[in-house]
Ligand binder design. Structure first.
Ligand SMILES: Cc1cc2nc3c(=O)[nH]c(=O)nc-3n(C[C@H](O)[C@H](O)[C@H](O)COP(=O)(O)OP(=O)(O)OC[C@H]3O[C@@H](n4cnc5c(N)ncnc54)[C@H](O)[C@@H]3O)c2cc1C
Ligand SMILES: *[C@@H]1O[C@H](CO)[C@@H](O)[C@H](O)[C@H]1NC(C)=O
Ligand SMILES: *[C@@H]1O[C@H](CO)[C@@H](O)[C@H](O)[C@H]1NC(C)=O
Ligand SMILES: *[C@@H]1O[C@H](CO)[C@@H](O)[C@H](O)[C@H]1NC(C)=O
Ligand SMILES: *[C@@H]1O[C@H](CO)[C@@H](O)[C@H](O)[C@H]1NC(C)=O
Length: 553
């Protein structure tokens, strides 16, 4: 037997309303009484009567929603889930619904997060959608039966974003992978959510166009929209937020909306496009996106500067920006990272193992590119750069950049061979204002040196975004976590963010309140409840939605 949490109706008097206890547990006897009197508002889920779902107190007379003021969400029981899945099979076809061990395992954990899901935290079903209408049918059913839904694209997110913390389904949009339209004159493209950033670029090569964002190699547009992804090209072309014109989104109850037409500028109404960007699948399912395209620079070169210190390297970047120079990419690799890269044997040239910046410089002709390179070289040398090398040809440039894109795997390779077979990497993702970067790097270095952990630091320095990553073995998890938290706090103390590009998932929730303040988090929760009152979309991510949730990572 279970207790039902019911709420007493509020009086239309704000003074007394504030005195009404927010949650009152009542006995079964009075439950019958209350539910009888609220019969018109109530309905049944299976055999349980829910007087109101969502209960009235999810929408109190306040602009924000504090976690302590709401009850726990009520989700489908195993039986209800089975009924819902039968409905889904009828709606989209039996072969779109998978429950094999292989599918479930593949959608449970990608192994990147230091806090793996608990054994019961796995999806019960994986549902593949092939169109916006199918997503809508699936969400209507999920909404009706209170089924938790975890949206899923490439599965490369790093903070437990796609963990099934509740018993429900994973809705996989990766097979919606058509490029629908390319508007050459407008420099935009409309694609389905399952198109990969690499595939889109492949598609655009002959047109001399490109998409400005990148992330992990397997990232797809739907996931990238939802983490506000940005990679090596962000200092020039921006993050996802700067590259999305309009989205087609299916809301929690199956409603389909389009956030905009395709104008470059607009002042009509709320910016719903922006609302969904970085929302980590908690507000709606993205099914299509119109994204900006960029003209590929006709000339492009890579240059590498090797510096005596990270401070010298970041001072160089700050000075370049002040001179109005905006390279396409500015990637910093510290001495440890250079050691891993060298170790991996991916580079034919052997580099000094010192802090190094890879610059990518583009322009519409060679003269412009060369001029820019000379300025970068001059500023670098003024900052005691020991070795400034300009790639001799396209291949050499590509090799250099490939090494950066493969950094993650070189690091793991090095760690497994040289530290411990079971070594793992804990990735941080702070971003700070550029002017604070040298100080922040110094503080982090000192902290890591004191801790005794081995590490690598690499970063999209153009954006002040740093990945200080620590190697740890499973028995050091707790110790490592402390250092990781401290690194993040250094970022926050320096007017920075806990996550420059990876997102919060369920791994970094605690930092959100430190960064933005409890009221801002409560405002997000209010928006969440407005759009998804049953709390079925990607539960427990970004911030808590259940006062019973004790999970801290
Ligand atoms: C080696 C490696 C390198 C990386 N480098 C970078 C980098 O340079 N920059 C960077 O930003 N990130 C990087 N990442 C992280 C990752 O690639 C990005 O977070 C990426 O945006 C995730 O995309 P995905 O398609 O894999 O999304 P998923 O992991 O499938 O999902 C990400 C989030 O979006 C939600 N979601 C997925 N699809 C939808 C949909 N259709 N509608 C609504 N919500 C949805 C999910 O629920 C989840 O919350 C890297 C990861 C790896 C493994
Ligand atoms: C970044 O931009 C350049 C053009 O400046 C392009 O050649 C490259 O493919 C883009 N993406 C990545 C991941 O480097
Ligand atoms: C997305 O990232 C960019 C830069 O990385 C940032 O300026 C922007 O505020 C972010 N937007 C959202 C919605 O998170
Ligand atoms: C709305 O958000 C989108 C995506 O983040 C952004 O590209 C656009 O410039 C924003 N528009 C306005 C009017 O703020
Ligand atoms: C680079 O790595 C090789 C081994 O892979 C090593 O012999 C060499 O000394 C390293 N270079 C530097 C500068 O340390």
């Amino acid at each position: 037997m279970f207790k039902i949490i019911a709420r007493l109706p509020r009086r239309w008097n704000s003074q007394s309303a504030s005195k009404v206890p927010p949650v009152r547990r009542i006995s079964l006897l009075s439950t019958l009484f209350v539910s009888a009197s609220l019969a018109t508002a109530g309905y049944f889920i299976g055999k349980r009567e829910i007087t109101k779902n969502p209960p009235e107190d999810l929408f109190p007379w306040s602009s924000t929603t504090n976690l302590e003021k709401i009850g726990s969400p009520i989700y489908a029981t195993d039986e209800e889930l089975k009924v819902a899945v039968e409905d889904i099979k009828n709606a989209v076809g039996e072969d779109h619904v998978k429950e094999s061990v292989v599918e479930i395992t593949a959608h449970s954990d990608n192994g990147f997060t230091p806090h793996p899901p608990k054994p019961h935290e796995k999806p019960r079903y994986v549902v593949y959608a092939f169109s916006t209408e199918e997503v809508s049918s699936i969400m209507k059913i999920a909404h009706k039966y209170n089924v938790p839904v975890v949206p899923y694209s490439g599965g490369s997110s790093l903070e437990g974003h796609t963990f099934s913390t509740r018993c429900g389904i994973v809705l996989d949009t990766s097979r919606m992978n058509k490029v629908l339209r390319i508007n050459h004159d407008d420099l935009d493209a409309t694609v389905q959510a399952g198109v990969g950033w690499m595939d889109l670029n492949e598609h655009l090569t002959n047109e001399k166009l490109m998409f400005g964002c990148d992330c992990g190699p397997s990232g797809l547009i739907g996931g990238m929209v939802n983490t506000n992804a940005s990679g090596v090209n962000a200092s020039r072309y921006g993050a996802m937020v700067h590259n999305v014109v309009s989205l087609t989104v299916v809301l929690a109850d199956g409603t389909i909306i389009k956030t905009r037409q395709r104008p470059r500028k607009t002042s009509s109404g709320y910016n719903l496009t922006g609302l969904f960007i970085g929302s980590e699948g908690t507000l709606g399912i993205v099914t299509e996106a119109t994204v900006r395209l960029h003209v590929k620079p006709s000339h492009e070169t890579v240059a590498v500067g090797q510096f005596p210190s990270v401070t010298a390297a970041s001072k160089t970047v700050a000075e370049l920006f002040r001179k109005g120079i905006r390279p396409e990419a500015i990637e910093l690799l510290d001495e440890d990272m250079m050691h891993c890269t060298n170790y991996s044997g991916q580079l034919t040239k052997k580099w000094l193992e010192v802090p190094t910046i890879f610059f990518k410089v583009g322009g519409h002709n060679k003269v412009v590119v060369d001029e820019t390179l000379q300025i970068i070289k001059k500023v670098s040398l003024e900052n005691k750069c020991a070795d400034f090398i300009i790639a001799k040809n396209k291949n050499e440039g590509e090799e250099l950049f490939q090494a950066r894109k493969n950094a993650f795997f070189s690091i793991l390779d090095y760690g497994k061979n040289e530290i411990d077979e079971n070594v793992r990497l804990w990735v941080t993702d702070i971003a700070v204002p550029l002017s604070k970067l040298p100080k922040v790097v110094d503080e982090i270095r000192a902290l890591i040196d004191r801790s005794g952990f081995k590490s690598v630091i690499l970063g999209h320095v153009g954006d002040g975004n740093l990945h200080a990553d620590l190697f740890y073995t499973p028995d050091q998890l707790h110790e490592c976590h402390k250092v990781i938290n401290e690194i993040t706090m250094i970022g926050l103390r320096n007017e920075g963010t806990a996550s420059g590009e990876h997102g919060i998932g369920n791994g970094k929730r605690t930092f959100l309140a430190y960064e933005l303040g409890q009221e801002a988090v409560d405002t997000m929760r209010k928006l969440k409840l407005a759009l998804d009152p049953k709390r079925i979309l990607n539960p427990d991510k970004i911030f808590k939605i259940d006062p019973q949730d004790r999970g801290e990572f």
